[in-house]
Write a protein that binds this ligand. Structure first.
Ligand code: 6PG
Length: 251
């Protein structure tokens, strides 16, 4: 089931996403004694990670039972300003008590294919099912319709067997590392965080426009046996047709 929740401001979106994260963590830990989440990179989720690090949330978050993975990573060392790991470390990891073994960093300092194989091996060691059943995958959306590091017209969109791959992104002339579409779609919960007017046209194209995943890879994301929630602010939702809003918000 896909739903959309629209928030009047980025601050409200952040608060709601933190509440969702805490609730899902508590439910998963109560049910299966653990919570495995794939974090998103980019700038949108930073405020969520910073909020999760605040003392008032710590009593509700049992970090001993929470395993942090990355949905994608740039092909850079962990101390590089571009690194998604560094962004999460600065916003969250430095400020919480979480066992080191619960932090599953992508070894992006290695060659891109070595990093992808090693990370896939780590995922396969942690998830013993056919696909990695994350309790939560956090995603963002680029203005070009990419998500994680599944970029338009990139080879990684076609991958049907691997869980985690290197993906060459010609537009930015760089290699990235990313969960594949089927790995993301195996999740119990997917939350897509979209904020800002710059995303408005693409969000309307993705939710109300034609299905063209080569051009808009985030259209590939639809959990096979899970929930998907778009958490967007009013600016990002400003081009959405009314009928799409009511369809996805269940009203
Ligand atoms: C990354 C992200 C990427 C991001 C989008 C949106 O590594 O950058 O995983 O997919 O979510 O590019 O980024 P913003 O949140 O910065 O707009």
């Amino acid at each position: 089931m896909t739903k959309i929740k629209i928030f009047s401001s980025a601050k409200q979106l952040t608060q709601a996403a933190v509440t969702c994260f805490v609730e899902l963590a508590q439910q998963s830990i109560a049910k299966q004694d653990g919570f495995a989440v794939a974090l998103s990179g980019g700038s949108t989720p930073r405020s969520i990670y910073q909020e999760l690090a605040k003392s008032e949330h710590q009593t509700f978050l049992n970090w001993e039972k929470i395993h942090l993975f990355w949905g994608d990573e740039r092909h850079v060392p962990p101390d590089d300003p571009e690194s998604n790991y560094k962004m999460v470390k600065d916003a969250l990891l430095k400020h919480i008590e979480i066992p080191k073994e619960n932090i599953h960093r992508v070894p992006a300092e290695k060659t891109v294919h070595e990093a992808a194989y090693l990370y896939e091996a780590e995922l396969r060691q942690f998830f013993v099912e056919d696909w990695p059943r994350f309790d939560l995958v956090l995603l963002g959306m680029g203005t070009d319709g990419h998500t994680a590091s599944l970029f338009p017209r990139s080879a990684g969109l076609e991958e049907e067997k691997r869980w985690f791959i290197g993906n060459q992104v010609s537009e930015i002339r760089k290699w990235r590392l990313t969960l594949t579409k089927y790995a993301i779609n195996a999740a119990r919960n997917v939350i897509v965080l979209v904020q800002g007017a710059s995303k408005a046209n693409m969000l309307a194209e993705v939710l109300a426009g034609p299905y063209s995943p080569e051009e808009k890879p985030i259209q590939l994301i639809s959990p096979v046996n899970g929930e998907m929630i778009w958490m967007v602010d009013a600016d990002a939702a400003s081009s959405l047709p009314e009928n799409v809003i009511s369809y996805f918000s269940g009203s």
